[in-house]
Design a protein around this ligand. Structure first.
Ligand SMILES: [Fe+2]
Length: 378
């Protein structure tokens, strides 16, 4: 295996202390000068891709900083060079985002006022990306960090009775998608969600998702997808909490930890709006227990605040490429003032119902044998 020079993660600016002493590491091209052109970057990827994937398979997180990556096409080429297989679909995804190229999307088009709560990408669907890669095209000036959450450490710290409940019931995601956009809708339409509003085609997709669905007379759709709350990581065999909480409590519990970022009155209004939007019967998504009951405020607080205790707020620099294992690490988005453009590419998908050792590993063929099953502390 080729050797890489990793810098400790703490060498990049983070804005919140973490409970972890051994966080993932950084490949800093400013310091080690591997590449000064696109061509060098491709050569670097070809030479070190296998070692980087092995690192990713165990720690679940790699930051490449200071490489000459200029725009979506360069970002994709770098990921291709590293042999990280990408998907090209965001079918069924809930976040408002736009395709930039065939396999790169805006990370989110949600308003910068809001904090995007901890989540593993597409954890509300059985087919989810193995990893998610982000690229910073426009560096945010104020706030706009991407918090990342260690899902394994979060699972480990949850109270036993809550863990048992989560294992027993799982999580039900109740989604509402409108046939047509309306003034009051913040949710995506059928067409935006599934790429079609043809009922037969949508139903076929829902069957694939093993969703229970109901159509109203106007052609709007409500559907439930039942998901496990934990996913066993194929590399370490350890359980990771993989979920997202949309309910009346989530946004105010998240923002309670970062109150000084908003004017108090504005924060009150934002929390009130989010509380309303996320609790109305036709909310774009509601997170329920698997038996259809609601998560209490106390349960929501325990889950979210445990995740935040195992987080760091990552501060972007232009050109950064951050790759996260989507089982081991959750992510979110802090509120942001001013422009911010982060692009995202999704690793090829796996089926959460078939989480056995894959024939081809998460990051290409080499990483299983290099890292070894159960290898690494992450
Ligand atoms: Fe996301």
């Amino acid at each position: 295996m080729s050797q890489l020079n990793f810098l400790p993660w703490s060498s990049v600016p983070l804005s919140q202390a973490t409970l972890h002493e051994n966080l993932p590491a950084v490949l800093d091209n400013h310091k080690f000068r591997w590449a000064s052109s696109r061509r060098d970057t491709q050569a670097f990827a070809a030479e070190h891709g296998s070692a980087l994937r092995a690192h990713l398979a165990t720690t679940g997180c790699v930051l490449l900083r200071g490489f000459p990556v200029d725009g979506a096409q360069d970002f994709e080429s770098l990921l291709d060079g590293l042999q990280i297989p990408l998907g090209d679909s965001y079918e069924g995804g809930v976040s408002p985002r736009n395709a930039v190229t065939g396999r790169t999307f805006t990370s989110t088009d949600a308003s910068g006022y809001f904090l995007i709560t901890p989540h593993n990408e597409m954890c509300y669907l059985p087919q989810r990306p193995t990893c998610i890669a982000f690229y910073c095209e426009v560096e945010p000036q104020r706030y706009g960090e991407t918090p990342i959450f260690n899902s394994r450490e979060t699972a480990r710290e949850l109270p036993r009775d809550l863990t048992e409940k989560m294992q027993r019931l799982g999580v039900l995601y109740r989604r509402f998608t409108a046939k047509r956009p309306s003034y009051s809708n913040v949710e995506k339409t059928l067409n935006q969600t599934f790429g079609t509003d043809d009922r037969v085609k949508v139903q076929r997709i829902l069957d694939k998702l093993q969703a229970r669905s109901e159509w109203d007379e106007k052609g709007n759709l409500v559907f439930d997808v039942h998901m496990p709350a934990f996913v066993r990581h194929p590399q370490s065999g350890q359980d990771c909490m993989n979920l997202v909480i949309f309910n009346r409590y989530a946004h105010s519990l998240d923002t309670a930890l970062f109150k000084d970022r908003w004017n108090p009155w504005k924060l009150f209004m934002i929390n009130a709006v989010m509380g309303y939007v996320q609790s109305k019967p036709r909310a774009f998504m509601r997170t329920l227990w698997g038996d259809g009951t609601e998560l209490s405020r106390e349960e929501t607080q325990t889950l979210l605040h445990t995740a935040w205790r195992h987080s760091v707020l990552f501060r972007w620099r232009k050109g950064d490429v951050l790759i996260l294992d989507n089982i081991l690490w959750g992510h979110g988005r802090m509120n942001v003032q001013g422009p911010r453009r982060i692009l995202a590419a999704l690793g090829h998908s796996y089926d959460v119902h078939a989480m056995t050792r894959p024939a081809v590993s998460m990051y290409g063929r080499a990483s299983w044998s290099e890292a070894g099953p159960g290898g690494g502390n992450y």
